[in-house]
Design a protein around this ligand. Sequence first.
Ligand code: C2E
Ligand code: CA
Ligand code: CA
Ligand code: CA
Length: 282
Amino acid sequence: DLALYRSKDQGGGVFHAYAPDLHVVAEERRVLEIALREALDKDQLHLTYQPVVNTIDGALTGFEALLRWTHPEYGAISPAKFVPMAEEARLIAPIGEWVLRNACHEAARWDGSVRVAVNVSAEQLHSPNFVTMVTQTLAQSGLAPERLELEVTESVFMREGTGAVQVLDKLLNLGVRLSLDDFGTGYSSLGYLSRTRFSSIKVDRSFVQSASRNVPEAVAIIRAVVALADSLGMTTTAEGVETEDEYQMVQHLGCSRIQGYYFGRPLPVEEARALIAGHMTN
Ligand code: C2E
Ligand code: CA
Ligand code: CA
Ligand code: CA
């Protein structure tokens, strides 16, 4: 993991995974929040695109847009660290809007068979005007709604009230696809699967890894998720497939799509375009 907190006593610009002094942590959080605000204005954010392929023939079906932040002084900061921070600082709505606009405008240039998946955090989904923003972004980019896949995690349902189901229904009415990310890692309630029409369930990398090491429970869980998805008319995407063994395992267990370093790392936009071009002439 990329270290996040800068330690004062070790001089500027050096980040450490552990900051023993809580005051330093709080102070550095504040500094990073300000930096994150600036990141939007100063062009420090960009998207990378990780290929998603079909399990049967390895054909490219789309890309997941993954956010990157390169700070001029602190360097690359992982979204696993700054996205939760952006949520707390109420910056996730503007950042998420930036992500969606960029991803939709980019995908509109691609071959019409290639989809783009965009992560939507719970905070962002519940922010006012989210559905309007998605509607406008689709219209402005010219991207066909069915080529946009919004990825949400189970945490969107953890809020009080049932607002999430309504918002997701409105998104479905626009014609976009929804997928349930990191499935099985949160506090899942299978009830949500019957209340929202997800196209796809994403099987978390932790299950994929354990299954390829023949942990029987992990194999059983993937098998059950595939069967459940199948009976609900949904597909499954295996995340974080890194090796041939893992690929064969998830293929054998019946996952429909694969994402992972074995098929491709998150790519700079030009490389994603080149991959599509190469793919289409094959
Ligand atoms: P995620 O949505 O579960 O994305 C998958 C993560 O797994 C990505 O990490 C990806 O780079 C990584 N990954 C893909 N294949 C492999 C593999 O074979 N092995 C390993 N070890 N890792 C693999 P990344 O890009 O660091 O993003 C981390 C998380 O940050 C994402 O997890 C997502 O929750 C969040 N995130 C990223 N971009 C955005 C964004 O635009 N908006 C929001 N709200 N969250 C984002
Ligand atoms: Ca995701
Ligand atoms: Ca995931
Ligand atoms: Ca994740």
